[in-house]
Structure formats: structure tokens, C-alpha cells
Design a protein around this ligand. Structure first.
Ligand SMILES: [Zn+2]
Length: 514
């Protein structure tokens, strides 16, 4: 369990308390006035939260997570996670586990944290958090899928809404604070304690844990999603083995997933009996998974020593005799470590080794090319990055990693106008893609379309549910339109007026919910 702290400011009951570094920004709101509390319409007496209320609560929580310095929008890893999550969600839908109401209303978004800790969690409203530490320890795609299937099932079975409903008369703001606090403490118990001692932190209670029955249900339902989702159910066993080993080594705080998901003998016995009924199916690790796990390990900032070790690893005696998947993994880690160390020559050498090792494995070949383009961009050679991207087949709409890299490269060479269409398509189909909005803003700015650029910047804030910041940008757009009267783009100006009104109304709604 999480470490015990003495509560300095009890919120409701005595008990275990967690400190929350994330809460400092919103701390003032933690003690709502009684009047505001009584105005709360959405939580309380029901057994479950409505889907709409749960989604709003989730939006509020992730707005803070997007501001967290550990939040990472890595297009490559995000696409990989989405590629696992999508089939699981489709399986839940096909099996009748996912009700139409929450299927439509929830966000179904995955947020990644740079954290080294092994953790994944479900948030209200269909948001999921995945730490790079978790991706980094998984040996197969199936193991990673098992964790996502379990977390997804907490949401489809409405466990979160039931927990929140149990919080009785607490306001959404307080529930949000509880969740953010528990997250912050699970990330780094030491940091939380230090803040506590400093008297800076706000105490919140650890009262949002799932019951054992809920855990067993998430295991059972999640397990059922694996085969129909295209994953080997044995992924669950591999993950349980890992958790059990970590349990034996004893929990030093780097496995918060283990704290929130204690391995009871019952859970393990349930899983073993399920496996016994299924025909055994081997689950070999795909090369792409090994590369993605290596990417996660490098990007979670393990420190210069680790990067230097990974960079040197392919020089080991006997390296050339190792299996291709092992060599590819080592070359991938070496390349990305060299980028972190700003050693472009070493990065280019390593990526050549990678390209040699992945031959014949199409997904891994693509990952090697993406990494090659990333190396050239980091080295300040956008034309070379474009040359690497051009080696890849481009049928139809580019995938997000290609779209992002190509736009970044063309912005540097000053030829990004061609990306306007693909980016507009992207934000039309994925309005929550803040990074795509920001790229579109840069592309428009480069073309002298400043009004459009400001609007895209505002939409990026909307995508992260920061309505106050969005209103500021839309108003800046109105000012700009007024100043450039005559040459103004009237259609664009009227779009800004309409969007401003809509977002102001969202902002008022959010303020009223305190
Ligand atoms: Zn769970």
C-alpha cells in the first residue's frame, strides 16, 4: 500500500492520506464554500454516475495531467498503444461489455507519462494513463494488452462510477483532487513525502481503491477480450509473473501498479484455471514490440549513464552472433540514446545497424525509418529527414507519426504549405489532437495566415480542456481581426466569434460545477 502520512488537514475522515504535488496549482479550490457544495447536481445519491457527469469529471482531471511536466506526447509510442487499445475496445463492444451510452460519450484517450514507475490506470470518462515504465518492462504486445484490457474493463463495468458515487456528497472538484492526489503519490512516494514535510502539500485520502471483487471482475472481463482482440490470453500470465517477481523482490515504490492491484492468491488461481481451459498458444514477442519497449526505456529519462551503456551495448563481444530481434532492440536503444546525448554521428551509425537488423520485418522496418528521420531532425538536417520519410510508401492519409515528422521537417525547410490539407483532415477527424492543431498553427503562420494560426492555437487549448486559455486565444484572434480590418478574412473572423461563444459557455459550465 501507499505510505502512511499524518494528515494535517483532514478532509472528511481520519485515515490514510496522500500528498499531492499535482494539487498545488488547484489547491485553493480544495475547500469549497458550503453554498457551492450544495449546488452540486451530479454526484451523490445514485449508485452510479451518469456517463455525461463522469466524462466531465474526467475532462477536468486530464486538464491537469496535460499540464504535468511528465506528460509526453510521443507520436510513435502513442500510435503503438492505440493500436493495442482499439482492438480491445472493439472486442468489448462486440461482446456486449461496452454499453452504447459510454461508448459514445467517453473520450477513449490514452495519456502517457514519462515516469519510470510501472503503472497504468483508468480515469473517469474513458481516459487512461500509461507510464513509460510499464511499456518498458513488458516483453510482449500481449502483456501490454493484458494491462490495458484489465483497465478498460474497470471502465466498461462502471467500477469508477460506482467508486465515485460512494464518495457521497463530495463535489466533482474534490473527487478530482482525490484522484490527482492518489496519482501524484503513486508516481513518487518520496516526492510526496518531501512535500508533506514541507507543509506545502494538501492531504487527500486514499479512498478510491477498487474492491477485490472489482479487480477479479476486471481480470475476468479483460481476459475475455484478449483472444477476440487478436491477443494471446497468455499475456495475462506473463504480466502476473512479472508482478509476482516484483512482489518477491519487495516493493520499493517503482511498481505502483502492484500497490493498486495486489496479487491475491485468488486472482492468480482464477487466471490459472482460465488458462487451463484454453488451448495453449505461443506468444512470441514481435520485433516491433521489443523496439517500442526499448523506446519507452530510453525516453523515461533513466540518466546519462544508462544512455551511455545502451549506446555502447552493440560493441559487446559476440554481439553480431545474437538473434536479429536482440540486435535490433540494442541498435534501437543505442540510436535513441545517442540522440538524447546529442551525439549525431553515433546516432547515424546506430540507425544503420538497426536498419540492417530489421530487414524482412515490415513493422520493424517502418519503425527503423521513423527513427532515422527523427535522428536527422534532431541533428538539424530536415532535408535528410524528408529523404528518409520519402523511402516509405505513402498510400492515402499518412499515419500520425509520419504526419508529425514530415510537417516538422517541412516547417524547417519552409515548405510546409503542402501539409495544410493532411493536417486539416487530421484535426477534423481527431479534434482532441492538440499537437496536430499546434502544427497546423505553425503551418498557417508560415503562410502569413495569422488569424487562422491563432484560431488553431485556441483549438489546441480546447483539445486539452483548458477553456480559459482557449478563450484568451480566441479573443486575441478577435483583436487581430479588428486591427487588420479591410484585409480581414471575414469568414475566419466569424468562425472565431462562434467558437468563442461556445467555449465561453463551456467555461461558465465548468466554473459552476465547483
Ligand atoms: Zn484493477
Amino acid at each position: 500500500m501507499v505510505p502512511d502520512f499524518k494528515q494535517k488537514r483532514p478532509l472528511a475522515q481520519a485515515g490514510r492520506a496522500l500528498a499531492a504535488s499535482l494539487l498545488i496549482a488547484t489547491g485553493a479550490a480544495l475547500a469549497p464554500a458550503p453554498a457551492a457544495r450544495a449546488a452540486l447536481p451530479t454526484l451523490g445519491d445514485g449508485l452510479e454516475l451518469t456517463a455525461a457527469a463522469e466524462r466531465k469529471l474526467g475532462d477536468r482531471i486530464i486538464r491537469e495531467l496535460y499540464r504535468d511536466p511528465d506528460y509526453i506526447d510521443d507520436a510513435v509510442l502513442h500510435e503503438y498503444l492505440v493500436g493495442i487499445f482499439g482492438p480491445l475496445r472493439a472486442a468489448a463492444r462486440a461482446r456486449g461489455e461496452l454499453g452504447a451510452d459510454i461508448d459514445e460519450r467517453f473520450a477513449w484517450e490514452l495519456l502517457m507519462g514519462r515516469d519510470r514507475t510501472v503503472n497504468a490506470f483508468a480515469l473517469p470518462g474513458g481516459y487512461f494513463g500509461v507510464h513509460l515504465g510499464l511499456i518498458g518492462v513488458t516483453a510482449t504486445r500481449d502483456e501490454l494488452a493484458s494491462v490495458l484490457a484489465h483497465e478498460l474493463s474497470h471502465v466498461t463495468q462502471r467500477h469508477i462510477s460506482r467508486l465515485i458515487a460512494q464518495q457521497g456528497r463530495q463535489t466533482p472538484l474534490m473527487i478530482g483532487a482525490l484522484i490527482l492526489g492518489a496519482l501524484a503519490a503513486s508516481k513518487s512516494p518520496d516526492a510526496a513525502q518531501a512535500l508533506m514535510v514541507g507543509g506545502q502539500a494538501l492531504a487527500v485520502q486514499n479512498q478510491l481503491n477498487f474492491s477485490r471483487d472489482m479487480e477479479r471482475e476486471a481480470d475476468r472481463i479483460g481476459y475475455g477480450l484478449m483472444q477476440p482482440g487478436g491477443f494471446a490470453p497468455q499475456g495475462f500470465v506473463g504480466m502476473f509473473d512479472k508482478l509476482q517477481q516484483a512482489n518477491r523482490i519487495n516493493d520499493n515504490g517503482s511498481w505502483p501498479y502492484l500497490r493498486s492491484h495486489p496479487l491475491t492468491t485468488q486472482r492468480i488461481a482464477d487466471m490459472q484455471s482460465r488458462i487451463a481451459h484454453d488451448a495453449p498458444r505461443p506468444a512470441p514477442a514481435s520485433m516491433e514490440h521489443l523496439l517500442m519497449a526499448a523506446r519507452a526505456r530510453v525516453l523515461m529519462r533513466p540518466g546519462q549513464d544508462a544512455w551511455r551503456q545502451w549506446l555502447a551495448a552493440p560493441q559487446d563481444a559476440g554481439f553480431a552472433a545474437r538473434p536479429a530481434s536482440e540486435r535490433a532492440t540494442a541498435w534501437y536503444a543505442a540510436t535513441l540514446s545517442a540522440v538524447q546525448l546529442s551525439d549525431w554521428q553515433a546516432a547515424r551509425r546506430a540507425v544503420a545497424g538497426l536498419r540492417d537488423a530489421v530487414q524482412g520485418d515490415a513493422p520493424a522496418v517502418r519503425q527503423a525509418r521513423l527513427l532515422g528521420a527523427e535522428v536527422e531532425m534532431a541533428a538539424g538536417a530536415p532535408a535528410a529527414a524528408l529523404a528518409v520519410l520519402d523511402e516509405m510508401p505513402t498510400a492515402g492519409t499518412p499515419a500520425r507519426p509520419e504526419l508529425v515528422l514530415r510537417t516538422q521537417a517541412l516547417l524547417r525547410t519552409g515548405d510546409a504549405a503542402a501539409m495544410t490539407g493532411p493536417l486539416q483532415t487530421r484535426v477534423a477527424t481527431h479534434p482532441q489532437d492538440a499537437a496536430a492543431w499546434l502544427l497546423l498553427a505553425q503551418v498557417w503562420r508560415q503562410q502569413g495566415q495569422n488569424l487562422r494560426a491563432v484560431r488553431a492555437e485556441a483549438e489546441a487549448q480546447v483539445a486539452h480542456h483548458d477553456y480559459a486559455a482557449a478563450v484568451d486565444r480566441f479573443k486575441a484572434g478577435q483583436d487581430l481581426a479588428r486591427k487588420s480590418a479591410g484585409a480581414a478574412d471575414y469568414i475566419e473572423a466569424s468562425i472565431i466569434d462562434t467558437r468563442l461563444r461556445a467555449v465561453e459557455s463551456l467555461l461558465r459550465e465548468q466554473a459552476a460545477e465547483r
